[in-house]
Design a protein around this ligand. Sequence first.
Ligand SMILES: *Cc1c(COP(=O)(O)O)cnc(C)c1O
Length: 429
Amino acid sequence: MDFKNSEKLYKKGLKHLVGAVNSPVRAFASVGGNPLFIKKAKGTVITDVDGNDYIDYVLSYGPMILGHRHKKVEKAIKKALKNGYTFGASTKNEIKLAKIVCDAFPGMDKVRFVNSGTEAVLSALRLARAYTGNDKIIKFAGCYHGHSDALLVAAGSGLVTLSLPGSKGVPEGAVKNTLIANYNDLESVKAHFEKHDDIAGVIIEPIAGNMGVVLPQGNFLKELKAYLETKNALLIVDEVMTGFRSKFGGAQELLGVEADITCLGKVIGGGFPVGAYGARNEIMEMVSPLGAMYQAGTLSGNPIAMAAGIATLTELKKQNPYQKFDEIAARLEQMLREKANKHGVDIVVNRYGSMINPFFKRGVVTNFEEAQESDTKKFAVFFWELVKNGIFLPPSQFEAWFLSSALSEKDLEQTENAIDKAMEAVAKQ
Ligand SMILES: *Cc1c(COP(=O)(O)O)cnc(C)c1O
């Protein structure tokens, strides 16, 4: 397998693109080497510019849940294209997608479509503040909620209580209202409420996927929600990754919790830029034009994106692949454990629904601190050996692998062989 064309494009890309990418995880910074340039994808297979085929467990970081270029989605997009691309006025399909979304999430009477997960979350925070009249928000270390100022707070273990900005260019004023708690630790949430009486709400990834997969332990979410009710603070559930992925009704359906405000993205656009936030009427009526919280977007509810979203969600509901996802993830877990065992490599495997990943360490991973104990050098070896054996996975120890409903028995067999070789390479390292 060679990567000559990717290498050429990377060098060329460096001139006018920052790091030759438009999103930093694509840069392969933590695994080293040259990022792959992709030419095309179909079903479970993604093909790079050198003609190498890979089984795709990145799926554009989640959206392509049916696999690439599903027939029905492609047909809907082509049909929509013929009517024009964007109008700056409402269309029938926005109402249709809104109904599909609100029917799936019982806590949502109304929804507002935006263009990305980042936008959904930053609008949800504004809404929580508008509704409660309070400014402070609690987030959990290791959870990612997009790149808006208020949520780019350093999440390293030593900084957990300090709320330091995690990026240059974020003014301290922008994060002074962001408080950090520990995932799976209700006491760390309560401690903030004991000190502050102006907390609007808590934002959480209900199943964390941005520090690797980390599961809520026991009834953590239910207990968090019950506690927040006693404090008149809102539970903002960031389902940008888990919405329509954990279950059709997201992690909320899987875990039996109802958010006050829900954020969506990724799957909802079927591969096009769509995000959404929604809540019960009383809360959503704060949003302009009904209420005094302003939020707008030139391309929001874009007709092509709505068509892709409707077709994806309609097909997803019909396929109902959630049982299949669980079975495939169970097999992947078994493969990872078996091959790691065979070659004497320490790993922890976390999975929930169609999100799974191995951490190269012993013990357990229930929060950011434990995730960070992983051996990222071992991961880098593992990553490249999988790539060379035809498996495309996120180039970071701290990203979830995603499953699509198109995965076949043959794909899984190829994956198993590749994992065997990759664990062997890790052991030899
Ligand atoms: C991907 C993601 C976001 C950001 O969405 P973008 O579309 O990349 O802006 C926010 N929250 C979670 C949980 C995500 O996984």
